[in-house]
Write a protein that binds this ligand. Structure first.
Ligand SMILES: Cc1cc2nc3c(=O)[nH]c(=O)nc-3n(C[C@H](O)[C@H](O)[C@H](O)COP(=O)(O)OP(=O)(O)OC[C@H]3O[C@@H](n4cnc5c(N)ncnc54)[C@H](O)[C@@H]3O)c2cc1C
Length: 451
């Protein structure tokens, strides 16, 4: 695994932090879905946030997952508008990611440029009042009709619904087919039969507007199906993997901010004639915040690395989501706690950060569901080894050799490529299909060229 930051990634992180500090700051007091919200959404689009994971051909930046995570971490460090970050993440990982992967060229041309430019807002409409953790027990139906589908049902707790132009709606097309009976639809807001309920008042994440979406015989053409009819289950799995892996990337920045501010407070605040940081019990809590941040970073960087290597990472996504949400909540709790009574007041942002954070144990699959998924993965493949890295030539050669069942020749009988002997001439087959020799010769060539 390779977690070191490139110069560009560090620049992206730093620029995002500066942009968020300067242009976003704290969330405005105004209503969640008003003009101020639009203005801030547009500012983010102008910076490139909505285009992070949209290919350049469709108006985005087309960043690698690692680079996108570093930018999001910078945003979380620079702004405490956790609701806006949630709204941005809901679009990026729950609408854009499946659209980029499963969309037809026409669907991508239609939706990705306006989503990247901030001209359109996307929302993910899966949950229903009766179908939460049990996500496949959907009541929303899509009935074939006049060369398209008629949608009937109500979606609950849809982030961005009050402001969305595009809804990714999951509905049952074949009630007998279970997993293969669910389909995904790209639904425009303005179609007849679609209405959005009033914004829901929530405990936190004020600037992440949320509402119900009612589909009352809303008709969509066949071209609105994302992927194939019956392919909604696979799309959902793909989407949840991205969502669980990346949605909490800004939380790394939030946790870093909380740690920095809380440490500064504990150094400055004196009790019993000493800075409270000198009390071991206090220092231990700061150490816990630091440790949680670092472990959270490693988990999310690993997820991002796996995706950049084009590998499945469903379990890693669950572990990332679970650990980040728990650590975010705990860091907020400790920030309040270590600031004492002043941390509990609304003079500081810590109580709001905590209320915002609490939602992370619920959305994108609750904490218990992540535990279930991680445990189930152990039952399927009972090992706890990290996924193998891509086979490098030598390792691939080892594997081939192991599989061949041939015993290893004694060391002295092995071809010595570095000493100039030519295995082809020695009559011995090259031990690792020539990979070792090829590497040695590349290395010696590189050293001759001064690389
Ligand atoms: C801020 C926020 C934003 C959201 N945004 C969206 C969105 O954009 N689109 C969308 O479709 N949905 C969204 N949701 C909904 C979210 O996905 C669901 O709330 C979540 O899946 C849980 O479903 P539920 O609320 O019905 O809880 P339930 O499924 O009823 O769960 C209630 C409790 O029972 C536990 N439980 C349930 N089943 C099990 C089990 N098998 N084993 C152990 N424990 C179990 C849960 O862990 C939980 O503690 C959002 C939710 C929140 C809070």
């Amino acid at each position: 695994m390779e977690f070191s930051w490139s110069v560009e990634q560090r620049q992206g992180h730093e620029q995002a932090r500066q942009f968020a500090e300067r242009d976003l700051g704290a969330p405005p007091a105004a209503s969640a879905a008003g003009a101020a919200w639009r203005e801030r959404w547009q500012k983010c689009a102008a910076f490139g946030v909505q285009g992070l994971n949209i290919p350049e051909a469709y108006g985005g930046l087309g960043l690698s997952t690692r680079a996108a995570v570093h930018v999001l971490e910078g945003l979380g460090r620079g702004t405490s508008d956790n609701g806006l970050l949630m709204a941005l993440g809901a679009q990026a990982w729950s609408v854009v990611a499946p659209l980029v992967h499963f969309g037809t060229e026409a669907q991508k041309q239609l939706w990705l440029p306006p989503l990247a430019a901030g001209a359109a807002v996307g929302a993910f409409a899966l949950s229903e009042t009766e179908s939460g953790s049990d996500a496949f027990r959907l009541h929303t139906r899509a009935q074939a009709d006049r060369g398209g589908y008629r949608l009937q049902g109500t979606k609950a707790f849809v982030t961005n619904a009050p402001v969305a132009d595009l809804f990714l709606v999951f509905a049952v097309t074949n009630p007998q087919a279970g997993y293969f009976g669910v389909s995904a639809f790209l639904v425009r807001r303005e179609i007849e039969g679609l209405s959005v309920g009033p914004p829901l008042a929530k405990m936190g994440l004020e600037s992440s507007p949320m509402a119900e979406v009612h589909l009352d015989g809303a008709w969509v053409p066949r071209e609105a199906v994302l992927g194939a009819e019956g392919g909604g289950g696979a799309i959902l799995q793909h989407t949840l993997e991205w969502e669980r892996g990346c949605l909490l990337a800004p939380a790394l920045g939030t946790m870093a901010r909380l740690l920095e501010q809380t440490t500064a407070h504990c150094r400055a605040r004196k009790q019993f004639g000493r800075p409270i940081v000198e009390f071991e019990a206090v220092a231990m809590l700061l150490a816990e915040m630091r440790l949680r941040l670092e472990i959270a970073r490693l988990l999310i960087y690993e997820f991002a690395w796996l995706k950049d290597e084009d590998r499945p990472a469903a379990v890693e996504a669950s572990m990332t989501k679970l650990y980040l949400s728990e650590s975010l909540c705990r860091s907020c709790e400790l920030a309040v706690h270590l600031h004492g009574a002043s941390g509990y007041t609304r003079d500081h942002e810590y109580e709001r950060d905590w209320r915002d954070a609490m939602a992370s144990s619920i959305y994108s699959g609750t904490t218990e569901m992540q535990h279930n998924l991680i445990a189930e993965s152990l039952l399927r493949a009972p090992h706890s080894e990290p996924p193998p890295p891509p086979a490098r030539p030598v390792e691939a050669a080892w594997k081939r050799h192991e599989q061949s069942g041939r015993p290893l020749p004694p060391i002295e009988a092995r071809p010595q490529a570095t000493s100039g002997s030519d295995p082809a001439k020695s009559g011995e087959p090259p031990l690792f299909g020539g990979a070792l020799e090829a590497q040695a010769s590349q290395a010696s060539q590189a050293s001759k060229e001064g690389r």
